[in-house]
Design a protein around this ligand. Structure first.
Ligand code: NAD
Length: 489
């Protein structure tokens, strides 16, 4: 497969300074897809220097019309390259084409999301006059101005790599920032493709956008976070790494924007139509459960347990997986052998702690290649068990019985995380009242779907700080300056 293997630094597609490369694997087949540059500290230093210089010495931050033109060119380049991008993303993430095609979050949809930023940019109010004030006899007219925060480090995970790369880099660039993108080692092509498209299709000046891939997940990322030339870190990944990034960023008091893990609850209220609403439980199979907002705790009324169990057995039987070329399958493999081992260890822990395994629980017998785990359902889970508290990031559902609506809300909120939730009821009013009491950044009611370019997404509690997408996602990359002009009497 033809894919970009080079870094993008200071406007040039380049090999790593050391000349090193590393293999990019297809997790669904365990085959090597190709090679990619394995950057070290020297490459990262050059990328940061280029981004700093481009921010300080070009008019990128202030020339709004030019930025709009460049981002329109980027959108056109992404659309022109859609076919090959889809194939590269599907293979490096192990997703079946069913979630890389139209409507899925891996490729077409995130590219279409650029339109929201392209529409926001020309309408944005960069300066507002807040009127006069008088202080100790001095009269002033005050302006509140918004301006780019500076050099932004975008550090991203492997599950929906193009979507997250674009959701960070595009608003950051639109705001006037310059960017160093460091993707996850497992999905480098979703980032190197952006470097090539910027270089071939756009007039984005040298240094404004840089891409640095490395096999080591930590070293270049830590150098980027610690560097005093970087003004902000925009990170999506696990809560553990997010905490470490926050601590490192504090050394230079840089802004951190964090999209972290989740352990979201899907609440079936006692009047819910279970035949309809329990289909949503299958979302743990979507991309093999590798989605931060997937509801992995299913909260059910204790008196309806038998009904739930029978329906789950039927519905999970519908899930087919193992064919990466399928346009209808939604479940692929896990990203690597380590992640599969981690998921299997959580399944063992669930059994040891007394949860009852209803379905799955192992490696599928019908597939001899690929890092697959069977769709897995545990019944009789209590909210203090490890499988109810920790993010598994695999196709594993924990079913928890509750006693009454207050108990359901208490259990849903009894989590270190607060990313997302679902509520189902025959009464929309009742479901909405419950949704408003949940301590989470998004809630889907009766099958609604929060996901959209104009909808802010992010977490409460240890699920993160700040919001991605929507107007809020653009404003994350801005500083606020108040200017006072003396008014002569
Ligand atoms: P991860 O935290 O291991 O790594 C994420 C990124 O951080 C990678 O690019 C990695 O190389 C880099 N990194 C790792 N250690 C670092 C360090 N010490 N300093 C700087 N950079 C470092 O996450 P992952 O395993 O790639 O992705 C899965 C996690 O991402 C899950 O926890 C999931 O919930 C989370 N996630 C969250 C969202 C969200 O929007 N809230 C979206 C997708 C994924």
């Amino acid at each position: 497969m033809q894919a970009e293997s080079r870094l993008f630094i200071n406007g040039k597609l380049v090999a790593a300074a050391s000349g090193k490369t590393y293999p990019n694997l297809d997790p669904a087949t365990e085959e090597v897809l190709g090679e990619v540059a394995d950057a070290g500290l020297e490459d990262m230093d050059q990328a940061i220097a280029a981004a700093r210089r481009a921010f300080d010495e070009t008019d990128w931050a202030t020339n709004h019309a030019f930025r709009l033109k460049c981002l329109q060119q980027l959108k056109a380049g992404l659309v022109a390259e859609m076919g090959s991008l889809k194939e590269q993303i599907a293979t490096e993430t192990g997703s079946p084409l069913g979630i890389c095609g139209a409507g899925g979050p891996q490729c077409e949809v995130p590219i279409s999301f650029l339109d929201f930023t392209l529409e926001t940019l020309p309408k944005f109010e960069w300066s507002r006059d807040i009127g006069l004030s008088t202080m100790m006899g001095i009269q002033s007219r005050r302006l509140v101005e918004k301006e780019a925060i500076g050099v932004v480090a975008c550090i991203t995970p492997w599950n929906v790599p193009l979507q997250i790369n674009l959701a960070k880099c595009v608003p950051a660039l639109a705001a006037g920032c310059t960017v160093v993108l460091k993707p996850a080692p497992d999905t480098p092509w979703s980032a190197t493709a952006l470097g090539r498209i910027v270089s071939e299709y756009t007039d984005i000046p040298a240094g404004v956008f840089n891409v640095v891939t490395s096999e080591d997940p930590v070293t270049t990322g830590e150098a980027l976070v610690r560097d005093p030339r970087v003004d902000m870190v925009s990170f999506t990944g696990s809560t553990g790494v997010g905490k470490r990034i926050m601590a490192m960023a504090s050394e230079t008091v840089k802004k951190v924007f964090l999209e972290l893990g989740g352990k979201s609850a899907n609440i079936m209220l006692d009047d819910a139509n279970l035949e309809q609403s329990l289909l949503s439980a299958l979302s743990v199979c979507f991309h093999a459960g590798q989605g931060c907002a997937i509801p992995t705790r299913l909260l059910i009324p204790r008196e309806r347990q038998a009904e739930v169990e029978a329906l789950l057995k039927t519905y999970f039987g519908f899930i087919e997986y193992g064919d990466p070329s399928s346009e209808t399958q939604i479940m692929g493999s896990l990203i690597n052998a380590r992640q599969r081992q981690r998921v299997l260890a959580y399944i063992e822990k669930g059994k040891q702690e007394g949860a009852r395994l209803l379905l799955g629980g192992g490696v599928p017998a019908h597939l001899d290649k690929g890092f697959y785990v069977e769709p897995t359902v545990f019944m009789d889970v209590s909210n203090d068990m490890t499988i109810a508290r920790e993010e598994i990031f695999g196709p594993v559902l924990a079913v928890i019985a509750y006693d009454g609506e207050e108990d359901a809300i208490r259990i849903a909120n009894d989590s270190d995380y607060g990313l997302s939730a679902g509520v189902w009821s025959a009464s929309e009013e009742r479901a909405l009242a419950v949704a408003r009491r949940l301590r989470t950044g998004t809630v889907n009611v009766n099958g609604g779907n929060f996901y959209g370019a104009d909808a802010p997404f992010g977490g409460y509690k240890q699920s993160g700080l700040g919001r991605e997408m929507g107007r809020e996602g653009f404003e994350e990359y801005l500083e606020t300056k108040t200017i006072a002009l003396a008014v002569s009497s």
